[in-house]
Write a protein that binds this ligand. Structure first.
Ligand code: GLU
Length: 472
């Protein structure tokens, strides 16, 4: 059970402070980078389907304005509170800085368990929340741009856009007020799986670094790695699938009702379908049930991927974790105490604020698409295909040989939107991995990869503030 006294924002501050000493910034700038610039706490009533009135508690936090707009998801969860939203907003600032996405960090939260509300009630809550943001100038393509997070998805983003658009008639860039929209409403292809794909690209790159893998006692490459994933939501599901497609073995999967394991490997899609059909991940044919879902965090595997909520591995259970690498697909799944344990044990923790940056990276692509009012690939695809056909024709003529049909298709193919989004994301994650690893290598005093990621983020945000001349 989550510890009620645990301050998530406090944990982010502690990790920040640990890294700040490895940077050159004076304390005033560090304080400005760390602090939350604006916190909007609201309450509004909605009428439930049974006619009763309920007061809803909700937040939007803008952690940093060093770049605008602010950016970050909106979470629907019963555990939402101000401390949590502040922490998540801060992580967004650092995340965006690391992957060079030119936004400040933001986050929103509505304190509801969405499973206990009808679609109609959720729509009313989402639209009213958006209206409150509009009233206080807390949303807009150049101000603050929400996105999906835990408990929200494309449907909620479409409601937000519709509400914003209705109250900003004629605003030509209105579609850029929110990302993670359905493709028919200005969304970008590839956004839905972006976080999971980014987690995969990031961990794959780490697995390709020979000396890092040797240190963990592992061979290079993803193929054959034993992977366990906690959470089969949007992030966990896609992460597990990308690992399975790349030849990794999914040996454990957990959801809140329980966990399953199989040394022979689980098929992610059929486990997902099994859960949809039976309402539970448990009793999957051929797999072993684990009594508590948290047992899966302690199972023997190469890579453990918590992809649900914060604070699931702490000082208490960390000593029992057997994984060699932990990839934080969720935001804040490890506490600073767990970090200490893993640093001592030599377990590599690949930190959230870079590893799960795929979502916001592709949100950035979506926002750019909205501002440019054109689908990626529309202008260049045909031109590239014609050019490739011409080059291929010349090669065949000069060599007197024919290229195989499947090769022809591959060579000719001009990029579609999804190809460009995937390739932009891949490049982003590979570059970020090396930037963090190189910073870590350049200073042997830096204790872990999270601290190194913070150093990278602090330096970027610090430079931005210093160059803006905000401190005269
Ligand atoms: N909610 C996601 C995150 O935590 C995505 C944010 C976004 O796309 O703006 O990174």
């Amino acid at each position: 059970m989550p510890d009620k006294h645990y301050s998530f924002f406090g944990a982010v501050e502690r990790s920040f402070n640990k890294a700040a000493g490895f940077t050159k910034w004076e304390s005033g700038i560090l304080e400005q980078i760390k602090t939350c610039n604006a916190v909007f706490q609201m309450r509004f009533p909605i009428k439930r389907d049974d006619g009763s009135i309920e007061v809803i508690e909700a937040y939007r936090v803008q952690h940093s304005h060093h770049k605008t707009p602010c950016k970050g998801g909106i979470r629907f969860a019963a555990e939402v509170d101000q401390d949590e939203v502040m922490a998540l907003a801060a992580l967004m600032t650092y995340k965006c800085a690391i992957v060079n996405v030119p936004f400040g960090g933001g986050k929103g939260g509505i304190k509801i368990n969405p499973k206990k509300y009808s679609a109609y009630e959720l729509e009313k809550i989402t639209r009213r929340y958006t209206a409150e943001l509009i009233k206080k100038n807390f949303i807009g393509p150049g101000i603050d741009v929400p996105a999906p997070d835990y408990g929200t998805g494309e449907r909620e983003m479409a409601w937000i856009l519709d509400t914003y658009g209705a109250m900003h008639p004629g605003e030509i860039d209105a579609a850029g007020c929110v990302t993670g929209k359905p493709v028919t409403q200005g969304g970008v292809r590839g956004r839905r799986e972006a976080t999971g794909l980014g987690v995969f690209f990031g961990l794959r790159e780490v697995c390709n670094i020979k000396d890092v893998m040797e240190k963990q006692g592992l061979t290079t490459g993803v193929e054959g790695k034993r992977v366990a994933v906690q959470g089969l939501g949007n992030v966990g599901y896609h992460t597990a699938k990308f690992f399975q497609d790349a030849g990794a073995k999914i040996v454990g999967l957990a959801e809140y009702e329980g966990a399953i394991r199989s040394d022979a490997g689980l098929d992610v899609e059929s486990v997902f379908q099994h859960r949809k059909k039976t309402g539970s991940i448990l009793n999957y044919p051929g797999a072993q049930n684990l009594p508590k879902n948290t047992d899966m965090l302690e199972m023997d595997c190469d890579i453990l991927i918590p992809a649900a909520l914060e604070n699931v591995i702490n000082g208490e259970n960390a000593p029992r974790v057997k994984a060699k690498i932990i990839g934080e697909a969720a935001n804040g799944p490890l506490t600073p105490e767990a970090d200490e344990v893993f640093a001592k044990k030599g377990i590599l923790v690949v930190p959230d604020m870079y590893l799960n940056a795929g979502g916001v990276t592709v949100s950035y692509f979506e926002w750019l698409k909205n501002l440019s009012h054109v689908r990626y690939g529309r202008l260049g695809k045909r031109f590239t295909e014609n050019l490739n056909a011409h080059i291929l024709g010349q090669i065949e003529e000069l060599s007197g040989k024919k290229v195989k049909d499947n090769e022809r298709e591959l060579i000719m193919h001009g990029p579609d939107e999804v190809d460009l989004v995937y390739s932009g994301l891949e490049e982003t994650m590979i570059a970020a991995t090396h930037e963090i690893m190189n910073t870590w290598k350049s200073n042997p005093e830096i204790p872990d990869m999270r601290t190194s990621a913070y150093v990278v983020a602090i330096n970027k945000v610090g430079t931005s503030y210093a160059e803006l001349g905000i401190f005269p």
